[in-house]
Design a protein around this ligand. Structure first.
Ligand code: PGA
Length: 247
């Protein structure tokens, strides 16, 4: 079980970020599982120094250490104190900043620098014929194509259907939809690795429209190994309640 809070582009200042991180660290003390936050990269170092929270970046460069304007390398993230790196979030895939190909490269960069990759996968929409399953399968296959098969066990996957994410979401996934995708992703991982031990133990999160009211059902009947929470992770009262709900 693991809970990850994706702060996206908030808050606006380091002072606010530190205040939110301190409150989150207090709430996380009551949790019996790791709580990881993904603040904007600018604040990672300060948060890491001033709280005991586990932190990660919201993206890393697919390029190895070389000049690439505007990017943050896996090395920089690691040295700033991050332990995790989110890769392939749908908001970044939507604007083509990240693609299946860059996700594969970034996952390799994370692996090389001993950052735990959290790879986001998920379909834009669903069709009765189940085409979306093939879409998710190929996202996974490409994402892990550069890392050694035996190391796929160290990757965290986050199933985030695009239609369930953010304020413009249609709705969160149902518990049944979540459970079906958990089973499907484990099957894809078993096919890729040829090792059912890896696929059974894989950490697969659900994300998209997770609130304090519905969090628990995803991790129980929904069979998710944990949650990736966006908006609610920056609203400390709600996030604390969410932690209590799944504890
Ligand atoms: P949300 O976002 O919880 O605000 O729907 C989830 C995410 O984008 O990771």
């Amino acid at each position: 079980m693991i809970l990850i809070g994706n702060w996206k582009m908030a808050p606006d200042t380091e002072i606010e970020a530190l205040a939110l991180a301190k409150e989150t660290a207090l709430a996380a003390k009551k949790a019996k599982f790791p709580v990881v936050i993904l603040p904007p990269a600018l604040y990672i170092n300060a948060i890491q120094k001033k709280t005991k929270l586990a932190v990660g970046g919201q993206s890393i460069s697919p390029f190895a250490d070389m000049p690439h304007t505007g990017d943050i390398s896996a090395t920089m993230l690691k040295k700033a104190g991050a332990a995790y790196a989110l890769i392939g979030h749908s908001e970044r895939r939507a604007s083509n900043i990240e693609t299946n190909a860059t996700v594969a490269e970034a996952a390799l960069r994370a692996y090389e620098k001993k950052l735990i990759p959290i790879i986001c996968i998920g379909e834009k929409d669903r069709d009765a014929g189940g085409t979306y399953l093939g879409f998710v399968k190929s996202q996974i296959e490409t994402a892990v194509s550069q890392i050694p098969k035996a190391k796929i066990k160290d990757v965290i996957f986050a199933y985030e259907p695009v239609w369930a994410i953010g304020a413009a979401a249609v709705r969160p996934a149902t518990v049944t939809e979540c459970r079906e995708m958990m089973i499907f992703i484990r099957k894809v991982l078993a096919d890729i690795t040829g090792d059912t031990k890896i696929s059974k133990k894989a950490v697969i999160l659900y994300g998209g429209g997770v609130y304090e009211e519905n969090a628990k059902e995803f991790t129980t009947e929904g069979e998710a190994s944990g949650l990736l929470v966006g908006r609610v992770s920056t609203e400390i009262k709600k996030f604390s309640k969410l932690i209590q709900a799944i504890s």
